[in-house]
Design a protein around this ligand. Sequence first.
Ligand code: ACO
Length: 446
Amino acid sequence: MTDTLTLPDRPASATPPKTMADTLSVTDNRTGKSYEFPIADGTIKATDLRQIKTSDEDFGLMTYDPAFMNTASCRSAITFIDGDKGILRYRGYPIEQLAEQASFLEVAYLLFEGELPSQAQLDKWTADIRYHTYVHTNVIKFLEGFRYDAHPMGMLLGAVGALSTFYPDAKHIDDPANRYVQKVRLMAKLPTLAAFAFRHNRGLPYEFPRNDLDYIGNYVNMMFSIGGKHEPNKVLQRALEILLILHADHEQNCSTSAVRSVGSSHVDPFSAVSAGIAALYGPLHGGANEAVLLMLDEIGEKKNIPAFIEKVKAGTGRLMGFGHRVYKNYDPRAKLIKRIADDVFGQTGMNPKLEIALELERIALEDEYFIKRKLYPNVDFYSGLIYQAMGYPTDYFTVLFAVGRLPGWLAQWEEMLKDKDQKIARPRQIYTGYDERPFVPMKNRK
Ligand code: ACO
């Protein structure tokens, strides 16, 4: 492929290799020329390949990587995943310990600041968020414009995008103090908007934030309070909090990449986060737990499981909630969620679908097909069942995911802004269309 674009010449090794072993030698068999590129952190720089040319006019070699299957788009110190070992850590802390011991706001602080907060820092962070839970009255008018049956994710992404018009100061993304205010606003207002979307679908009046309650208590109250009354269930609230913690970040997934990519244009964080919500809205990302419930409905009874498994193995269906692009071991979040299920069903009573799910998992984990392909339960296998037991309709599951993922989006957005290597996201393409051709006047077209 040729192109008129030329780049300034630069040496192959911007940072000199530590040893000979830290380089990659490449021979271009088209020209016979050899090149040596530094290897750092298990990667080579894609732009280094541009030195590989067949002529001066040649644009230089590119990599072709649809869906970023093997491209690191950033350096990040936020979340570590080892998919083969089933490890997930936020800022170095194992997800199991955070889920067991931390609050959601503590985890959000950790993701933003890189360290767990002291008591004084957590108190300030909590108070700042509490102060910002209300949304402007005009936002309510805006939400009222949605049809009664509007999907809550559509409402959420529209409402979060609209917040950018209420806070035009949010465009000052270079100012750390300003970024802090916008992060607080988003953390405070997303549960309010998410609860309003929940009430809207039921034709219930919006319940305003109660700042005497904690973050989760207030969110749940805004959803379920009737006539100003709601009996809080601390077990269910803690279960919801743990689910939010488990979803808080998952490094460069589709929605986070969307937030980073849109944010790289230096738009305000409300607009960037609404892009993340849009990405999460898609069934391949946020919607798999709903698919698990549909599958369990389809199976109907335990005795139908073997026939269902055979269908999956024959390639005529998928075992939803199993398998993951990154985890080739038990998704650590799924392990924790299974434990939460016990707490939740202890409160709400056993759901026959859980029995089917447990049996399905038992059979699948012993089956050669799933063992060979390293297919284990993922985060979605049990989460839908739990959300349903807690009283959330299926189209609301993704909204809960969005409320949980917000700290991750914002932490990654800010990390991207501070990263000197980052520029506006702009992938290359391999053009496969027509070569130049003359315009055809209407009278000459077939
Ligand atoms: N049921 C049956 N077979 C499966 C499943 C499954 N759930 N997942 C993968 N396989 C099989 C594939 O058919 C393929 O088999 P083959 O080698 O004989 O062709 C092999 O395992 C590899 O599968 P891929 O599709 O290449 O794996 P990929 O990494 O692209 O897909 C995905 C990962 C999309 C999650 C897949 O496992 C899947 O569709 N799972 C069900 C949907 C689901 O639970 N999604 C939620 C993911 S978690 C999240 O997004 C929050």
